[in-house]
Design a protein. Structure first.
Length: 481
């Protein structure tokens, strides 16, 4: 069977490659577009300049050459003949691509030495472009009213294209030279920029899974610092969860050891008592039967105590977890109070206790987590029932404060109460008041304290009107993050 590729091997996305390719691509795009703009703008400007030069040259010739000076035709042609120039620097190669013609109707009166013999114009004034002898010429035609002839000044369009090409090449060559350098520079800068991420990845990879200490990197940039901060927050939450798990296991082991040992003893006694010797007298058999019943009853009490303890440990574990405020909802706390009271009614009846309810008639909305609030109410009511003697009194009150910003929940009993110096200590887990005469895990009020903290509330323990314990909670109506 083939091994499935790991999650890391499936991912081919590379930030370095992405940045290098995209930065290079967009740098080329933003370079080529201006180059094209320059090309077209340069072509347009060259056309304008050369056209202006043609127009000016034609007007100069019109002022110089007239009917009276046309008899000097040969002298004019000789001055334009480049072969007669003694100095090589006297002429320019582009002069061979320039021409002028003077036409009297269909008769060519005079033309430059390198001008075609055929007409370069359609005898219309202004600019035009015409192909003659396989070459394209740009012309400016002027009609002389005084001399009654057509003056044509022309140049090969190749001159213009060569000039535009020269301008573009002068701009493109530096681009072509520096683009490879730009790619190398982008790659190098990207590599250097991503070094903190690579360093962080290597550090995390080398860590043992139990090492949840904070990551430190003094050279990390701001972006990586944000990642480090979030990683350290994650490590803190993982460490808290790990410590919570260890505490839960330790607490469970510590608290379950004694009742389990007691159960084992009672089970052994029950086994021994169940093996009745047939030779025993009737009185001895009855005594053994009574001892068996006692052992079984003790086992039942031990199992009930362990069940309560396990439930308390699980409740404590849940309250110590990170609770998302999205799990909060708007509750009518009065309904929860009535539900909690009805859940404990059998216990009131067994102990013949008087339960007094002082719950507001109006809706009391509270933004809270329903399961946790149910656990809080049941814990404080159960605590009051257990510590209040038979035929004692218990009172639960629930109302809004005067400003309607806090819900006030209080429970009072006529039990033995708690000494002032011990009232804060009973919030600690596994703490039990000596001499109370009640068995318990010492977790109930610790769970209550955690639930109150989750809901951003406060609570106090004082003496009730009957000399017992009064617990009063103040919970804000709205939880703000």
């Amino acid at each position: 069977m083939r091994n499935k590729p790991s999650q890391a091997s499936k991912k081919q996305y590379s930030i370095k490659r992405y940045l290098t390719l995209n930065l290079t691509f967009w740098a080329l795009v933003m370079t080529i577009i201006p180059a094209l703009v320059v090309y077209y703008e340069a072509g347009h400007e060259v056309e304008e300049i050369f056209d202006a030069n043609l127009a000016q040259s034609s007007r100069v010739l019109h002022g110089v050459i007239t009917r009276q000076t046309s008899h000097n035709k040969q002298q004019i042609l000789d001055s334009l003949n480049l072969s007669n120039a003694s100095d090589p620097g006297y002429s320019h190669e582009y002069e061979r691509k320039l021409a002028f013609q003077i036409w009297d109707k269909d008769t060519l009166i005079i033309s430059s030495p390198f001008a075609p013999r055929s007409s370069l114009t359609d005898f219309k004034e202004g600019f035009s472009t015409k192909e003659v002898g396989g070459e394209e010429w740009r012309t400016f035609t002027l009609y002389s009213q005084s001399d009654r002839w057509w003056l044509v000044v022309a140049e090969e369009t190749e001159i213009r294209q060569e000039l535009v090409n020269e301008i573009v090449q002068s701009n493109l060559i530096p681009i072509l030279v520096f683009v490879p350098l730009l790619i190398i520079l982008v790659w190098f800068i990207t590599k250097r920029g991503l070094m903190p991420l690579n360093r962080l990845s290597t550090t995390v990879k080398k860590r043992h899974y139990r090492n949840l200490e904070k990551l430190e990197d003094e050279k990390a940039p701001l972006e990586v610092n944000e990642l480090l901060l979030e990683l350290n927050n994650l490590f803190d939450r993982l460490d808290e969860a790990h410590q919570r798990e260890r505490r839960f296991v330790g607490d469970a082991a510590h608290e379950l050891r004694t009742p389990l040992a007691s159960l084992l003893i009672h089970a052994e006694n029950a086994i021994d008592d169940s093996l009745i010797d047939p030779d025993l007298s009737k009185e001895q058999k009855e005594q053994s039967q009574a001892e068996l019943q006692t052992s079984l009853y003790s086992m039942k009490k031990g199992i009930s105590r362990m069940t309560h303890l396990v439930n308390q440990l699980l409740a404590l574990s849940r309250t110590e977890g990170q609770l998302d405020k999205a799990q909060f909802e708007t509750l009518d706390i009065r309904l929860l109070c009535h539900q909690a009271i009805s859940f404990e009614e059998d216990k009131f009846a067994q102990k013949q206790q008087t339960f007094i309810k002082n719950i507001s008639d109006k809706n009391i909305d509270l933004e809270a987590n329903a399961p946790l609030m149910q656990s809080l109410l049941r814990n404080i009511i159960d605590n009051a029932v257990r510590y209040t003697p038979d035929q004692g009194k218990i009172k639960l009150a629930c109302h809004l404060d005067n400003l309607k910003q806090n819900v006030i929940i209080s429970i009072a009993d006529s039990g033995p109460g708690v000494e002032a110096e011990l009232r804060n200590r009973i919030k600690e887990r596994f703490f039990r008041v000596v001499g109370s005469g009640q068995q318990g895990s010492g977790l109930g009020l610790s769970i209550v304290d955690k639930i109150v903290q989750i809901h951003n509330g406060t609570w106090d323990l004082t003496e009730s009107e009957w000399g017992g314990l009064l617990i009063e909670f103040k919970l804000p109506v709205s939880i703000r993050n």
